[in-house]
Design a protein around this ligand. Structure first.
Ligand SMILES: NC(=O)C1=CN([C@@H]2O[C@H](COP(=O)(O)OP(=O)(O)OC[C@H]3O[C@@H](n4cnc5c(N)ncnc54)[C@H](OP(=O)(O)O)[C@@H]3O)[C@@H](O)[C@H]2O)[C@@H](O)CC1
Ligand SMILES: Nc1ncnc2c1ncn2[C@@H]1O[C@H](COP(=O)(O)OP(=O)(O)O)[C@@H](O)[C@H]1O
Ligand SMILES: [Mg+2]
Length: 276
């Protein structure tokens, strides 16, 4: 298992070209946030905006539009239950995050099926939270796009049938192959399973055990995937910096809020990008 190092992150964060524009840094769609869990998709999309994503659109329950715009006016909005508009949006994107606060009801299942059907090979989709359950319980077909799952150990049980105290690297490698997806297995020291290698993240601490922390990571991962030289560099850098920021905050804070991590992403990226 390889360890994600500071030096790896420093070379992975891309330097922005002088004449670049927002279209160079990823067009992303965030799908989730029902009437009870709008905060999840707002945190996820905020993390992507603060990670430097060029254009972010949120597809959510209409009840969340004002809350979203008061937090991140940078993001655009569509009603996720308007399936025609939703699939049109999917078509224009480089990548999609689906699941934070999505819920698991019939409407959520229809949203999930519509999005997955529409995907192309040149796109990526990150499946998190409730969308993990829907993917397995509805036996949905593998989408054409690059697939990324970001399960915590409870969600990994849904995906792999392995109990949290039974999962192990060898069996996880086999499950990664069966699922034909990149797996970000979230835990105290998260592990990232690619087709040919496994990486481990070292930073992280219990001040991070608070609702919304994984939603925030999903947004960072997608934000980086849309900008970095390749998906692997983006995913590994996001996992590392998410918990590295939390370690710094935990030096002076008992609990690390997801929104505090989000606020620190641009400055931390700058520190790492300029420290070569
Ligand atoms: N502000 C908002 O809008 C927020 C919205 N959110 C949204 O809520 C949705 C549900 O996601 P979720 O992760 O909260 O719960 P859930 O699907 O019940 O977990 C499944 C099972 O896994 C287990 N389990 C969990 N962690 C584990 C671990 N580390 N190791 C081992 N087991 C673990 C857990 O066990 P339990 O804790 O019940 O014993 C349960 O049995 C999702 O869409 C998310 O985005 C949240 O992000 C919060 C903020
Ligand atoms: N004790 C801990 N040590 C290190 N990281 C933690 C700890 N507790 C939680 N985390 C991190 O916080 C995130 C929690 O994700 P998740 O359970 O999906 O949160 P949510 O769904 O509430 O947004 C993961 O990235 C996990 O690695
Ligand atoms: Mg989660």
């Amino acid at each position: 298992m390889k360890l994600i190092s500071e030096s790896y992150i420093k070379q992975a964060i891309p330097k922005r070209e002088k004449n670049s524009y927002k279209g160079n840094f990823g067009k992303l769609l965030f799908v989730g946030g029902n009437e009870q869990m709008g905060g999840a998709i707002i945190m996820s999309a905020s993390a992507a905006v603060y990670s430097g994503a060029g254009l972010v659109t949120v597809a959510s329950s209409p009840i969340n539009v004002h809350a979203l715009h008061s937090r991140i006016p940078e993001a655009m909005f569509v009603d996720m239950y308007d399936l025609d508009t939703l699939v049109n949006m999917v078509d224009k994107m480089d990548g999609i995050v689906i699941g934070p606060g999505l819920g698991r009801d019939d409407r959520a299942k229809d949203v999930m099926k519509s999005v997955l059907n529409e995907l192309r090979e040149d796109q990526f989709i990150l499946i998190d939270g409730d969308a993990i359950s829907i993917y397995i319980n509805e036996s949905l077909a593998h989408p054409k796009a690059q697939l990324v799952f970001t399960p915590h150990l409870g969600e990994w049980k849904t995906l792999s049938n392995m109990e949290p105290d039974k999962e192990n690297v060898e069996d996880n490698i086999q499950k990664q192959k069966d699922l034909d997806a990149i797996i970000v297995l979230k835990k105290g020291q998260s592990e990232i399973y690619f087709e040919d290698e496994v990486w481990q993240n070292i930073p992280g601490n219990p001040s991070m055990a608070t609702g919304g922390m994984g939603d925030t990571l999903a947004g960072m991962i997608a934000g980086f995937m849309g900008q970095f030289e390749n998906y692997e560099k983006g995913i590994l850098s996001a996992v590392f910096l998410h918990s590295k920021i939390a370690n710094t905050l935990a030096e002076t804070n008992y609990v690390t809020l997801p929104t505090a991590i989000i606020n620190d992403i641009p400055r931390t990226m700058n520190d790492y990008a300029n420290s070569n």
